[in-house]
Design a protein around this ligand. Sequence first.
Ligand code: SF4
Length: 379
Amino acid sequence: MTSFGNLMPNRPKDSNPRASASKIEIAKHLVNWFRENARDLPWRRTLDPYGIWVSEVMLQQTQVKTVIPFWEHWMREVPTLDALTNLPEPRLLKLWEGLGYYTRVRNLQKAARQIGANLNGVFPSDPVQILELPGIGRYSAGAIASIAFGQAQPLLDGNVIRVLTRLHGICENAREKTTLNQLWALATELVTVAETLDKKPRQGARLSAGPCSDLNQSLMELGATVCLPSKPACPACPIRQHCVAAAEGLVDRIPDLGKRPAATARRFVAFVAESNHRVFVTQRPTGGVNVGLWEFPNIEMGNDEAITSPMLGFIFDPTGKPLLTIKHSITRYRITLEVFPAKLQAGKSSQLAGKWIPKAELHSLAFTSAHAKIRTKIT
Ligand code: SF4
């Protein structure tokens, strides 16, 4: 079998006539397509850098349809940098509950405070200053600088990587540094030529900071709606006549994302202890993940380890059917969480770091995603 590398040997960036023929043509097709086909998303109806920043942070690791109600609720509750700066932590975590990856929201508040302290409370338009804010990487800086301020700053996320590698027939591992550098350079070229395109008046409710914003968003939109990981809709693609992968039958083989590390199975047991309409819950300590989030008392077990009672000071029936079993994945971990109804051993309550909370008040606390499912089950 011919190796992938031999099928499509390395080629200099601009050696393919279709790909290099006309960056301006490609940019024009993309921008025009986006202006006609952009989804109506709530954060596209604003040019407020704060709102755009919040949307970009929420969209990291979370799908658009999940983010929409969260963003709308957030912008009603925390409409400004000032409001975010002064938001008490329990409220901050509660508003983020369900989005997960809580470091994102902690960084959001840290950055708001940094802007207040160092930049007179004004969100910076300088990409270097944007990049210095906590939680903002090269992608987010490019997104905010282009979408909120119309600057010719590139961006590269998973969707854009897929479009650019296919467009240019790049077969090398897209996670490797040299390939990524090549892709950043291609993204930069495209957004730079977009600067010369028409500044179209806004369409419908969507606002645009200009052609660089439209170009960057067109790449993300194309990757999200047309140039899908499997079975891309090439006949509907505005740049199909320039696309090397489509022309050479390589769509199924590009991008090469290398091998993902194998998922690791982890197993936890959690306990629901109730007494007088109150439930015993604990708060995650500092120094780990999900600091400050609430959960039911739980312990990690070996995958084949026997469950015996008592455990963590709770008496339960280890042979009985769990109240529920939750399976979920976090980063590279495939987690199984078995939940048992339990009773605290006499005298143990005071030795455990936790609180008896009235059942009716559980919903006012921010729980980790898996434990929010337990809360839903018992309330
Ligand atoms: S032609 Fe197909 S593979 Fe190429 S960019 Fe468009 S959707 Fe993706």
